[in-house]
Design a protein around this ligand. Structure first.
Ligand code: AMP
Length: 395
């Protein structure tokens, strides 16, 4: 793996693709984690004596030019604070002004391009746009793990213009090392906890994990599709009826391979999708009509905690219930805590996916997890065993 740590960038003008796709509220950054996590890469390049040109996307603009709501201007201002130096922000991507600003950039200086997705070619992986971006610098660094599953101009195609001078940034390298470890080199027993709303978004991960884990614990809305597939009564719970057959296949594969698959035996149900709804614990396969499963129940929490406590390695992706609602967050919080305890006992733990990472942060547990991934979709695709274009382009 070619990482920036192995090279000296003195006197170089380095293009760095970051993932500054941060949450904004009225133009104010509400969580700067993604920006801060790219700082070791930027600092290393600056310390080497490089000029740094940062680029990123933000949200999903139409691709027809500037849109204020998706401008990276707040990120440019925030970078100035974090790096304690001015950041050149030409306010554009694909214009002569940008070209001139890049040309004028000197060692130790930082520039940020405007949102790459203001240019239509970016998400199409347009080669001309990639060639243009490449013309702005003399080396390319990809540190945007969150966008590594996209074959876009700035995440993959551009690397083709730097056959000898393309590198992984520190953040990317850290993500890849940990994902490789998860897939090929963890201590057993290895337990995966997979939750979230829908089974449809996690089918390929579940199929790939069967050959890796010793036990799979299922929670969240996706549990009910499995329970219904086994003939259970799921009331008004979230069920994907077109995935019942797939759920059956997954259950059979785990059984055939002798890998433990746990479903919640009991469920905390609500009579409406509301934090203030009436609540009742029911067996997961006998949920009354008019009630829906919102969180794993107390018996399930105990059983899952026990399974986790016996693990040497744990992977967690997806909340166990509707954890955004206080009254239905117990399962997610308790499971998060027991995963933290595995690390404390010297085990290895990994958490990915926006919601589970949010739960970990809410619990103040981030420091107690061995590896917290910054990429939701990218992490899932890696765990599915799919090559990520942003990674392949550098290797
Ligand atoms: P995902 O993005 O697939 O990981 O799903 C995360 C979402 O799943 C969160 O917004 C949760 O509120 C939701 N979720 C978890 N459990 C349930 C459930 N039992 N019913 C409905 N939604 C759920």
């Amino acid at each position: 793996m070619k990482t920036i740590g192995q090279a000296d960038f003195n006197g170089k003008k380095v293009l760095v693709r970051c993932d500054f796709n941060i949450p904004l509220k009225n133009g104010v950054i509400t969580d700067d984690t993604r920006i801060r996590e790219s700082m070791p890469t930027v600092r290393k390049l600056l310390d080497d004596g490089a000029a740094v040109i940062l680029m990123s996307h933000l949200g999903r603009p139409a691709g027809t030019g500037y849109e204020e709501a998706f401008s990276l201007a707040p990120v440019a201002r925030h970078l100035e604070k974090l790096l304690e130096r001015p950041v050149v922000f030409p306010g554009d991507v694909f214009t002569q002004v940008t070209v001139e600003a890049a040309k004028a950039l000197r060692p130790g200086q930082v520039m940020l391009l405007e949102n790459l997705r203001f240019v239509k070619g970016e998400t199409k992986g347009d080669e001309e746009f990639a060639r243009y971006l490449a013309s702005l610098g003399d080396a390319y660094v990809n540190d945007a793990f969150g966008a590594a599953h996209r074959s876009h101009s700035s995440t993959a195609v551009i690397a083709g213009f730097f056959p000898e001078s393309k590198y992984f940034g520190f953040l990317m390298a850290h993500e890849i090392e940990n994902l490789e470890k998860l897939l090929h080199d963890v201590e057993h027993p290895f337990v995966a906890v997979i939750g979230g709303a829908k089974v449809s978004s996690k089918i390929d991960v579940l199929k790939n994990l069967v050959d890796k884990v010793d036990a799979l614990l299922i929670g969240g809305g996706m549990a009910y599709t499995f329970v219904k597939a086994m003939g259970g009564k799921t009331g008004d719970s979230l069920v994907e009826d077109d995935k019942l057959e797939t759920a059956r296949e997954i259950l059979e594969t785990f059984k055939a391979k002798g890998v433990k698959l746990m479903l919640p035996v009991d469920t905390l149900c609500a009579d409406k999708f509301d934090n203030e709804a009436n609540r009742k614990v029911m067996p997961t396969d006998r949920i009354s009509d008019g009630w829906m499963g919102m969180d794993i129940g107390p018996e399930s929490i105990a059983a899952y905690r026990k399974a986790i406590s016996e693990a040497r390695s744990v992977l967690w992706n997806g909340p166990l219930g509707v954890f955004e609602m206080e009254n239905f967050s117990e399962g997610t919080m308790q499971i998060g805590r027991s995963i933290g305890q595995v690390t404390a006992r010297g085990g290895y733990t990994a958490v990915g996916g926006g919601d589970s990472v949010a739960a970990v942060n809410r619990l103040g547990l981030a420091k107690e997890i061995s590896y917290v991934s910054t990429g939701g979709g990218a992490m899932l695709e890696y765990l599915e065993g799919k090559p990520l274009p942003g990674v392949q382009a550098i290797i």
